[in-house]
Design a protein around this ligand. Structure first.
Ligand code: SAM
Length: 402
């Protein structure tokens, strides 16, 4: 209840209180409608697991220990970085509240506590900004909520996704590994999450964009736990993926992607100095965001940022965009473009069209609303303002030092 009120207060500060109220009421009305008529009754089974005990498997423990050592080093070094690399108030509050298992593990050097959060973040009871675990957990409590989840969140999204491909893809393409004890649903025996539909769509598009590059370097800023990365990389034979993020979320991505692809060569912060040479040596590289300064010009084929630049301070966003622009050929981003986040000091984040992308150097290929957000109730929801952008470096700047 408290979180609903704080979301409404936030919406008021952002000037979209009425749209927020409408967006909150719609799920209740739709849930009510489907309480009397439940077309998804037979093909969708909701999954909202309880917390589980971490595995004692030797390989798992090695992975977790490597990530914990790296986390400790990131947190130590974070104390000395420029404040431009520190989280905005929005993310600092989230870290203090929902990632408290990590901060307590750090304080008491408690690997088990660290491992517990890694094992269960996918069904975590507090909102941590990278998965819809609380949406599922909260709505599971009532029949109206469950009907909304089944029929709107999963069944309508499934119908739209099938339509988008004219039924050419199998439901199995929506599945992703359940490491982290993920919430979601079983559809025709395939595990599907709330984010499956549009991560599958964007992951496929982004993969195709660079499918002529034999071993593409894909970088992402703020990957959460790496879901879009999973959908983008999974069909590539060879690639190097770099994730720059805050230490807490970076650990989730490292765990999720290392567990998903245990055979890939991985570099974690602190294990070896990161440099452009690492791109040839490693397939997955996880670095705290301040390491973005080490990126070389023209060293990345595709840079991704999803739901993240809009959650930072203006200064942080501008700084990251500068590094992205000097390093990449393609830049795909997906962020707020109408209502900026407003932080505790009343400063506002940058909107996507305000990012300082050098126009002489980059051509805008498209700007378009993200269907996944705007149609998430099955109708246009103007409370949502997430737009996708794709930029391509102009030919005369390819391979040129900037
Ligand atoms: C809402 S989550 C989105 C995660 C993922 N991209 C997705 O769409 O599921 C925002 C991401 O931005 C990262 N982030 C927030 N503030 C940041 C900052 N100042 N520097 C680097 N990353 C930041 C968070 O750690 C998180 O990974």
């Amino acid at each position: 209840m408290l979180s609903i009120f704080s979301k409404l207060i936030k919406a008021k500060r952002e000037g979209r209180l009425f749209l927020a109220l409408k967006s909150r009421i719609l799920p209740i009305l739709l849930g009510l409608k489907y309480t009397f008529h439940d077309p998804a009754a037979n093909n969708i089974i909701l999954i909202s697991p309880d917390y589980i005990e971490p595995s004692k498997d030797k390989i798992e423990l090695e992975v977790v220990d490597r990530i914990f050592q790296s986390f400790k080093k990131m947190k130590k070094d974070q104390k000395n970085v420029s404040k431009i690399y520190l989280p905005s108030s929005l993310w600092q509050q989230q870290i203090d509240h929902s990632y408290s298992y990590f901060s307590e593990a750090l304080k008491s050097n408690n690997l088990d506590k660290f491992h517990f959060f890694l094992t269960n973040f996918g069904s975590w009871k507090q909102y941590h900004g990278v998965e819809s675990s609380t949406l599922i957990k909260n709505k599971m409590r009532t029949i109206i909520g469950r009907r909304y989840l089944k029929n709107v969140v999963f069944n309508n999204a499934l119908k739209n996704w099938k339509w988008l491909y004219n039924n050419r893809k199998n439901v199995s393409s929506l599945t992703y590994p359940r490491h982290g004890n993920q919430v979601g649903a079983l559809i025709d025996n395939n595990f599907v999450g709330v984010g499956s539909f549009f991560n599958e769509v964007y992951g496929s598009l982004l993969g195709e964009l660079i499918d002529d590059v034999p071993r593409p370097v894909i970088a992402e800023l703020g990957a959460g736990y790496g879901k879009l990365a999973y959908f983008t990389l999974r069909s590539m034979n060879s690639s190097c993926y770099l994730d720059f993020d805050l230490p807490e979320t970076l650990c989730l991505a490292a765990y999720y992607l290392m567990k998903s692809w245990p055979y890939k060569k991985v570099l974690l912060y602190g294990e070896e100095e990161y440099s452009i040479k690492s791109h040839d040596k490693y397939e997955l590289i996880f670095m705290p965001s301040y390491e973005i300064e080490k990126l070389c010009n023209n060293s990345v084929d595709l840079f991704i940022n999803k739901n993240s630049l809009g959650e930072m301070t203006r200064e942080a966003t501008a700084n990251y965009v500068r590094h992205i622009a000097s390093s990449t050929r393609y830049f795909f981003h997906m962020n707020h473009d109408v209502f900026p986040n407003v932080y505790n000091d009343d400063s506002a984040g940058l909107l996507a069209h305000e990012y300082p992308i050098p126009k002489d150097m980059f051509k805008l290929i498209f700007r378009y609303p993200d269907m996944g957000h705007i149609m998430h109730h099955g109708k246009v929801d103007y409370y949502m303002d997430i737009f996708i952008y794709l930029y391509e470096r102009r030919k005369r700047y390819l391979g040129k030092k900037v």
